[in-house]
Design a protein around this ligand. Structure first.
Ligand code: MGD
Ligand code: MGD
Ligand code: MO
Length: 610
């Protein structure tokens, strides 16, 4: 074990490229995960921590948003989850001495990997105007400074409040409430760069911008289509679910420009066959599609279904859809030439896909960034919804849409109202419950925030989690834009580039992570809640001692800030909220649909489905 981070920077020193892998996970992955975890946490802490990941009385893995099975495995985590946990539960610490040693200019030269390896942030730090180094600052002074800058703005819309999808439901709810009581809907978040197109496409077509399947459905499906997704790297526990589905008789079709190793052969580390045997071949049919060709693929499939006698579920279409004639006319007009050109596939490939589809009564389509990050993402996902509707594959077991979310609570943050375009229903509910008039005008999303920073229209930027500078498109423009801000604030667990590219003044506020004990002022433990990619809401309880005595929870930081900024004029009980998250959940129950009786329902092991 080494509590000391490496001095060298392997990413910058010598990047390595090897031959592509033929299969994924298995023993090498476990060994690697445990080695990384042990280096960061030591043996005892590694064992204690990893056994609590994704258990009913444990904490939600911060790695990704894949759901937990009803009865979690003793080791319900993956290689990457273990790494994500180790990153947070690491014994390495960043103290004021580190910031005295490294100037901001020095830190800017380091790779993201090196910055992340330095360990947990432990004290609030302040970068004064013109200063070269961050210096320690007390919590009161830091919060006063933010309140002062927000107070000095000509309009609340000159502030932007960014969120990354690891924030808990409770923190997200108080964050959006604070921003709206302050007077702005400027709530850009990482969803803007992630599954935004899924939310729009599904909201427009199905009425809910979320997936329609639960984990159990995968085992009931006849065919699972995985399009534009690489679960081997990004959602490794999904491979276990796909393996289960295969054993239950499902076929798997993958659509990807790359033959991703994880979807070809999976060595499940929880089974002997996976550890020592041949593993499971997951993909039955691989369509090596041209970039951006998915819309054309589903359109030609829809045309072929329309042309085939008995291939569509006409009663379902009649009873549950509208606009069918227009859709059918447009779809019939598509040609083979167009489809082959756009998809780069052969006619035989597409006909093989059609046969698999015709042989399958229940179909689920899963997708992620390979579909959501194209210019035609919304129409592509809508084409997929039409594809499913044609054969009645929505609203019954083993069938439906499955957008696989990224960050562990990105879906919950949206549910809690983190959104620059809030619905009138949400605003009405906030107004009723909290007795203030929320702003009705839409706020800025991520890209609009960058433009507004660049043009001097946003002057204060606050981020709860994330790495805004590196995650946003056009890094050079973003970095220059942030430099013009009067104040940038990062509420974070770990150091990253967004702490090194700052406004004229900057603050780092260190916060508790998922793995850590969150104490109430009266000494009891608090828990938070999250929502996974399939709409399951459940509790997350950290048990480790916090990384330092000065850390505060995200919720406590935001409530203290809200009180300072809004003053006695706000009748929201911010102090009570910070002292007892049950009080926040009581309010969520009255504001957010589906959360009635929240505190009772979330007490059940495994939580509840929205
Ligand atoms: N270890 C780790 N895990 C993570 C994250 C992380 O940072 N690290 N991030 C989390 C987050 S926020 C997210 S959103 C998810 C992302 O999860 P994924 O979406 O699985 O991640 P990507 O690596 O972006 O994979 C995109 C896939 O789409 C394919 N693709 C690209 N273009 C096209 C196309 O035009 N059509 C089709 N059909 N396929 C295409 C690519 O070859 C690739 O396989 O991962 C989550 N999990
Ligand atoms: N080039 C490129 N850009 C991308 C993507 C890509 O694949 N490639 N993917 C896009 C996608 S899908 C997404 S979702 C976005 C992600 O965008 P972001 O969410 O902004 O970025 P991350 O890198 O996930 O943020 C990681 C940081 O979050 C902080 N953190 C971790 N856990 C916690 C916590 O519990 N609390 C708090 N307060 N902070 C915490 C740590 O400081 C850590 O360094 O990036 C997008 N941008
Ligand atoms: Mo994401």
């Amino acid at each position: 074990m080494s509590a000391k981070p490496p001095a060298s920077d392997p990413v910058q020193d010598a990047p390595q490229v090897g031959a592509p892998k033929e299969s994924s996970v298995g023993l090498p992955a476990i060994t690697h995960a445990l080695r990384t975890a042990q280096q960061q946490m030591g043996l005892r802490r590694t064992a204690l921590t990893l056994l609590r990941v994704n258990q009913h009385d444990g904490f939600d893995c911060p790695g990704c948003a894949w759901p937990e099975p009803g009865k979690p495995h003793t080791a319900e985590f993956c290689e990457n989850g273990a790494k994500a946990v180790a990153e947070e539960a690491t014994l390495r610490r960043i103290t004021p001495a580190f910031f005295a040693e490294h100037s901001v200019a020095d830190l800017r030269e380091r790779s993201g990997y090196w910055l992340g390896q330095q360990g947990r942030l432990t004290e609030p730090m302040y970068l004064a105007e013109g200063a070269t180094h961050y210096t320690p600052i007390g919590w009161d002074a830091a919060l006063d400074l933010i309140a002062g800058e927000l107070d000095a703005l000509d309009s609340p819309d000159e502030a932007a409040f960014y969120t990354s999808g690891r924030t808990s439901n409770e923190a997200a709810f108080v964050y959006q409430l604070f921003a709206r009581e302050f007077g702005t809907n400027n709530l850009p978040d990482c969803s803007n760069m992630c599954h935004e197109s899924s939310s729009y496409a599904l909201g427009d077509t199905l009425g809910v911008g979320k997936g329609s399947v639960l984990l159990d459905d995968l085992e009931k499906a006849d065919l699972i289509i995985v399009a534009g997704q690489n679960p081997g790297t990004n959602h490794p526990r999904m491979l276990t679910a796909l393996e289960g589905a295969k054993h239950a008789g499902a076929k798997i079709m993958t659509i990807n420009p790359l033959p991703e190793a994880g979807l070809r052969n999976f060595h499940n580390p929880q089974t002997p066959r996976g550890l020592a045997g041949p593993g499971t071949d997951l993909t039955d049919l691989f369509l090596q599609i041209r970039l951006g060709g998915d819309q054309a693929l589903f359109r030609i499939l829809n045309k072929l279904l329309l042309e085939r006698d008995g291939a569509t579920d006409d009663a379902f279409i009649r009873d549950h859809t509208h606009g069918f004639q227009d859709f059918a006319t447009a779809t019939r007009a598509t040609t083979w030439d167009q489809a082959l050109e756009a998809t780069g596939l052969t006619r035989e490939n597409i006909e093989a896909a059609l046969e698999l589809i015709l042989a399958s009564r229940s179909i689920i389509v899963c997708w992620a960034m390979g579909l959501t990050q194209h210019k035609n993402s919304v129409p592509t996902i809508q084409e997929i919804v039409n594809f499913l509707l044609l054969r009645g594959n929505i609203g019954r077991p083993g069938a439906g849409v499955c957008p696989v979310r990224g960050h562990s609570n990105v879906q919950g943050d949206r549910t809690m109202g983190i959104c620059e375009r809030p619905t009138p229903q949400l605003l009405d509910a906030l107004e009723r419950e909290f007795g203030f008039t929320p702003p009705r005008e839409h706020g800025l999303d991520t890209v609009e925030t960058i433009r507004a920073l660049r043009d001097g229209r946003v002057k204060v930027f606050l981020a709860v989690g994330g790495n805004f500078v590196s995650a946003t498109p056009d890094s050079a423009v973003t970095e220059a834009a942030l430099a013009g801000a009067r104040l940038t604030v990062q509420v974070s667990t770990k150091l990253n580039r967004s702490h090194c590219v700052t406004g004229r003044r900057a603050l780092i506020l260190p916060t508790l992570g998922r793995t850590e004990r969150d104490r109430r002022p009266d000494g009891g433990d608090q828990f938070v809640t999250v929502e996974d990619s399939m709409g399951m809401v459940h509790a997350s309880r950290g048990r480790l001692a916090p990384a330092g005595p000065h850390l505060r929870s995200e919720t406590a930081i935001l409530c203290a800030l809200a009180r300072r900024v809004l003053g006695p004029g706000s009748t929201t009980p911010w102090e009570e909220f910070a002292a007892d998250y049950d009080r926040i959940r009581d309010r969520i129950a009255r504001v957010v649909p589906g959360f009635d009786d929240f505190n009772t329902k979330v007490a059940r092991p495994g939580g509840f489905a929205l």
